[in-house]
Design a protein around this ligand. Structure first.
Ligand code: NI
Length: 181
C-alpha cells in the first residue's frame, strides 16, 4: 500500500466531474486500498479519488470512531437510489479544506448502490454519520465541495483563507528550496 498526496483547495482538479469506473480490477482495488490508508493516516472518515488526483468515481469511507472496530467501505460508481425527505444538519470538514468546519444540510437517510472491491454490485442503507460521509464524498465526484452548499459569503471567506495559506506556503518553499536528487 502507499500513501497518496491529498489535493488542497483551491485547485481546479477538485472542480471536475469524475468518470465512471468500467470494472473494478486489481489496479482499482489497489487504488481503493491506497486511498483507505491515506484516509486513515490523515486522519479522516472519507476520501474521494479526485482528492488524490484520480478523476474516477471511487470513494472510501469508514465512519467508525477511534476505539471502534474499523468498518471500511470501498465504493466504485456510487449512486443514490433513494434519499429521505427528512434532512439533518451536520458539521462537516474535508481533507481538501483543512481546518474548516461548517454545518451542511443533507438528507438524513439514503440508499446507495455501488460496485465493491470484488466488482460486485451492492446496495447499502445508510443514516447518521455514514450517510453524511457518503454524500460528502459523492459530491467530490461531481466537483462539488462542502463549501459549495454554504452561502457565497461564507464560501468566499473560506476560499480566501485557503488561498492565502497556499500563497504563503509557496513563498516559503521558494525561500527554502528542497534539495532534489
Ligand atoms: Ni471532502
Amino acid at each position: 500500500m502507499a500513501l497518496l498526496d491529498i489535493i488542497v483547495a483551491p485547485d481546479p482538479r477538485l472542480k471536475k466531474r469524475a468518470a465512471a469506473v468500467e470494472r473494478v480490477d486489481a489496479a482499482t482495488a489497489k487504488l481503493m486500498n491506497d486511498m483507505l490508508e491515506t484516509m486513515y493516516e490523515a486522519p479522516g472518515v472519507g476520501l474521494a479519488a479526485p482528492q488524490v488526483g484520480v478523476l474516477k468515481r471511487i470513494i472510501v469511507v469508514d465512519p467508525a470512531r477511534e476505539k471502534e472496530e474499523p468498518r471500511p467501505l470501498k465504493m466504485a460508481n456510487p449512486e443514490i437510489v433513494w434519499a429521505s425527505e427528512e434532512t439533518k444538519l451536520h458539521e462537516e470538514g474535508c481533507l481538501s479544506l483543512p481546518e474548516e468546519y461548517q454545518e451542511v444540510t443533507r438528507p438524513a437517510s439514503i440508499k446507495v448502490r455501488y460496485i465493491d472491491e470484488q466488482n460486485e454490485i451492492r446496495t447499502l442503507d445508510a443514516d447518521g454519520l455514514l450517510a453524511v460521509v457518503i454524500q460528502h464524498e459523492m459530491d467530490h465526484l461531481e466537483g462539488v465541495l462542502f463549501v459549495d452548499h454554504l452561502s457565497a459569503l461564507k464560501r468566499n471567506m473560506i476560499i480566501k483563507r485557503l488561498t492565502k495559506i497556499k500563497k504563503f506556503e509557496q513563498m516559503s518553499a521558494k525561500r527554502h528550496p528542497v534539495e532534489v536528487g
